[in-house]
Write a protein that binds this ligand. Structure first.
Ligand code: TPP
Length: 606
């Protein structure tokens, strides 16, 4: 029932009186195993009535939705009941979230590891409103969230105040600018088509969130016998036109100093392998903007100055307007391959400043790379190959120098208390480097400079919309996706971010999601502290008030106690660097047993 003191009347009258007894008699939901099996036959007996929401769950199963991330609500109680009693809480399994922003951010982290669209259910107008921040992050970050939320369209069915405020004429209006597509189906058959269409749209590059509004009456009817599950289309990602690819290869092979800029280039692990092959074929430097793990961090060709290049190849590049201006001013050429050119909404500015590009290939970069590599190899003469090798040696030398400098930089303030962020990063690295690790979220500047990232799942990028509150739930979702592979998941967690969505920790404890959360607790919204200091100094005024409105101190937040209160093992606060190694050792042990663990490390601001 909707959250109201008034019992529902009208269409839900059948629940009156029977609800309490029926609910009390309902057996506990079966515990899902740690690794969900592949889609199994529904748990319902043959011949039993098949409700519309059972059909919906079959459809989600056909899309391989392993989980349903949700804060529970009466509006999708039909679907939720079907997940538990019809599907046996497997594929999808219900993941209890304590805020819709958490549901979506968790699904986001999950999707970035798993590579598939992920189901989130939310409650009507209010659930959609809570979901927006995280949905915006997913939209800007090209993550295929599959949002189902409910509504009561017919005014005569809105029985009471709560029903009224939880209903809207156009419920998806609030999220339309941050989804690729939405629909408000009026029948189960319409739902079936729209649900399949939504999945295909979400998964076609550029991927992005979609939303289906389910009118709550639609879940309760019986599934018509003739209604069949639509086949969910899997679309081939768009790859670049052959002529344009040839032109790009010609420019790249002829260039003296080509630089590749990659932002969300590697959609899948294959993208990373392909990018390595292209870079090695050309012996070109790669500037990884790390919206995904595109290129191995310690590869000899990692690095380069895009603004110094004579040809820049931007692969799903973010803001390339500056680079493009600088390169073109020097008569260089800019090539861009991005699926973002194939879809854009107008309201939010995720399309960045207009960049002048000499060859704009509107296609998915990862899907285009095989043809581009082939052309580059075909056009490379022995002479060019020799020139490439000389160039590669120079890039490798610069790369080595950068790495050595980073190692030296990391030693500054090594024994400082609060603990230096470099020391935190390196103490952690020492203890996880031999695990099958995945550093999913958080402050990763030092790791990206010093750790040896070689696999796609070892990093998933930041919050696309840069909304604070993404890291903690996204880490839990990513850890859930890593769990079935037995990977060791770790997050370097900023304090301000955790304060937005601390309930994510409870979900990790409840669902036994192994995740090591190492706090980078600088006891402030430090990013904004820096803005304040800058502002005050620009005005020739005092920067002394830097913790007024920007600090998370007085009182200090006891994150270890907070975690423990939600069933997550924890230690800290740790301010003395000498205590760090032992705490990490303990955390690694607990996480390897299959549980989450938090270490509250009090650190330098950055
Ligand atoms: C939803 C939202 N609100 C406010 C901001 C502005 N903002 C950007 S960074 C930041 C501070 C984040 O603090 P924390 O997570 O502790 O990281 P720190 O900067 O201290 O390393 C804030 C408030 C934002 N990006 N998103």
């Amino acid at each position: 029932m909707k959250q109201s003191d008034t019992p529902p009347v009208g269409r839900r009258d059948f629940l009156k009186g029977v609800a309490t007894t029926a609910l009390a008699a309902t057996p506990a939901a079966p515990q899902a195993p740690q690794t969900p099996p592949p889609a199994a036959a529904p748990a319902a007996d043959a011949g039993q009535k098949k409700y519309a929401s059972d059909f919906m769950v079959d459809l989600f199963r056909s899309m391989h939705m392993e989980y349903m991330f949700a804060m529970c609500a009466s509006s999708f109680i039909g679907i939720h009941e079907s997940v538990i009693n019809y599907a046996g809480n497997r594929n999808p399994e219900s993941i209890t979230c304590t805020h819709e922003e958490i549901s979506v951010a968790m699904a986001n982290g999950y999707a970035k590891i798993d590579g598939k669209s992920v189901l989130v259910c939310a409650h009507s107008t209010v659930g959609a409103q809570h979901a927006t921040m995280a949905l915006f992050d997913a939209y800007c970050d090209r993550v295929p969230i599959y949002l189902v939320f409910c509504n009561t369209q017919a005014a005569t069915e809105r029985t009471g105040e709560v029903f009224w405020v939880h209903s809207a004429q156009d419920p998806a209006a609030i999220i339309r600018d941050m989804t690729k597509w939405d629909d408000n189906p009026v029948s189960l058959a319409h739902f079936a088509e729209s649900a399949a269409r939504a999945y295909a749209i979400a998964m076609t590059p550029p991927m992005g969130p979609v939303a289906i509004v389910v009118d709550d009456h639609m879940q309760d009817g019986e599934t018509p016998a003739q209604l069949r599950l639509p086949k969910v289309n899997v679309r081939t990602p768009p790859s670049g036109d052959a002529g344009a690819v040839r032109e790009a290869a010609t420019l790249l092979v002829a260039a003296d100093n080509p630089v590749i800029v990659a932002s969300r280039c590697a959609r899948t692990p294959a993208g990373m392998t392909l990018l390595v092959e292209l870079a090695e074929s050309l012996q070109a430097g790669v500037v990884d903007q790390h919206r995904r793990m595109n290129f191995p961090t310690r590869h000899r060709l990692n690095g380069g100055a895009a603004n110094q290049a004579d040809v820049v190849l931007a692969l799903e590049g973010g803001d390339i307007s500056n680079v493009s201006r600088q390169v073109r001013q020097r008569n260089g050429k800019v090539i861009s391959i991005t699926a973002a050119d194939l879809f854009q909404r107008s309201n939010y500015g995720d399309y960045m400043r207009y960049a002048e590009v000499d060859l704009a290939i509107a296609a998915d970069a990862e899907a285009t790379l095989p043809a581009l590599i082939e052309e580059v190899k075909r056009l490379t003469t022995p002479d060019r190959k020799r020139a490439f090798e000389a160039r590669g040696a120079k890039i490798a030398a610069a790369n080595h120098e950068t790495y050595e400098r980073a190692k030296t930089d990391a030693t500054y303030g090594w024994d400082a208390s609060p603990i230096s962020t470099a020391r935190l990063s390196m103490e952690l690295w020492q203890q996880i480097r031999n695990e099958d690790w995945s550093l999913v979220t958080g402050w990763v500047n030092w790791p990206l400079r010093l750790w040896d990232f070689t696999k796609h799942y070892q990093y998933i990028g930041r919050a696309g919309g840069e909304g604070v509150g993404y890291y903690a739930p996204a880490a839990v979702g990513a850890a859930l996706a890593n769990r079935k592979h037995g990977r060791f998941t770790v997050a370097i967690q900023p304090d301000g971010d955790l304060m937005v969505a601390p309930g994510a920790l409870w979900t990790a404890a409840h669902h036994k999601i192994p995740l090591l959360v190492v706090m980078q607790n600088n006891r402030a919204y430090h990013q904004e502290v820096m803005w304040f200091q800058r502002q005050a100094l620009l005005r020739n005024r005092s920067p002394e008030g830097l913790y007024t409105g920007f600090g998370l101190r007085d009182p200090n937040i006891d994150f270890a106690a907070m975690a423990k209160s939600m069933g997550v093992g924890a230690s800290g606060p740790i301010s003395d660097p000498k205590d760090l190694a032992a705490a990490i050792r303990r955390g690694v042990e607990v996480v390897k047993r299959g549980e989450p663990y938090l270490i509250d490390v009090v650190t330098q601001p950055r």
